[in-house]
Design a protein around this ligand. Structure first.
Ligand code: C5P
Length: 240
């Protein structure tokens, strides 16, 4: 796979018109992420639009509910022919297993390939301090991310979303077949914004990430195409 095909760009925009404008501005991007803001605005329509343009889709709705409810939502989401779907690891083992079964049922009933269900380990905007003081979780952040990934793997999920800083440990423990998708990626020349645990694209891939989610460094750049190309050039120069 070309290294550019391992970059997923989020459509973090409020309307379908904004999303289509971004997709048209960056025809080089083959993998787009649809998150909560856009999906709440457009519903599944945006997924049909992206499919009709032969784009791969990461449906990042970060499901988190009781087993029966997540299963119902994921069964439907899987029928749209999306490639990746997220669920919070903290939904628990029973919900993760139910979600996995529902993803297979939904895609099979719709006659499309099954999506890969991946677990959110811990949001990349959270710090150790948030974990300890606000969430009252008495383990170190890397240990927590690892436990969430292992729970996902034991529950039959295809992979996890993690910060690039946790990628090498997760890769080592979960093995080569476990998909690692990393947001919190920042080229050295971009602003970190609210992402706390970042690495550059080349560092993240070297650490074991399969896919990088890179948003604002590209979408908020004065020239998004130039930013995209610069990232591709830097990855090639780094030999990844
Ligand atoms: O603009 P930026 O590169 O920070 O965008 C990162 C994207 O990845 C956002 O759409 C965000 O919702 C998503 N994401 C994240 N952390 C996670 C899971 C998803 O930042 N743990």
């Amino acid at each position: 796979m070309a290294v550019e095909d391992r970059i997923i760009v989020p459509l973090d925009v409020p309307t379908e018109a904004d999303a289509i404008a971004l997709v048209e501005q960056l025809p080089q991007v083959t993998f787009w992420k649809v998150g909560l803001e856009l999906f709440v605005s457009t519903g599944p329509e945006i997924l049909h639009t992206l499919k009709s343009r032969n784009k791969r889709i990461f449906l990042d709705l970060k499901f988190h509910d009781i087993p029966n409810t997540v299963a119902g939502a994921i069964r439907k989401a899987a029928s749209y022919g999306v490639d990746l779907i997220t669920i919070h690891g903290t939904a628990g083992r029973t919900a993760l297993k139910a979600a996995n079964a529902a993803a297979l049922e939904g895609s099979e009933a719709a006659g499309c390939p099954p999506p890969k269900l991946i677990a959110i380990t811990i949001l990349t905007s959270l710090t150790s301090r948030d974990l300890a003081f606000d969430l009252k979780i008495p383990v170190e952040l890397p240990e927590y991310a690892l436990q969430m990934a292992l729970l996902a793997q034991e529950s039959g999920l295809s992979g996890a979303v993690c910060s690039p800083q946790e990628a090498s440990q997760l890769r080592q423990v979960c093995g080569d077949d476990f998909l690692l998708v990393c947001p919190g990626v920042r080229p050295s020349w971009s602003q970190t914004g609210d992402q706390k645990r970042t690495m550059t694209p080349a560092e993240a891939i070297k650490a074991g990430a399969d896919y990088l989610v890179i948003g604002r460094p590209i979408t908020a750049a004065t020239d998004p195409v130039a930013a995209w190309e610069r990232i591709g050039d830097e990855l090639t120069a780094a030999g990844v």
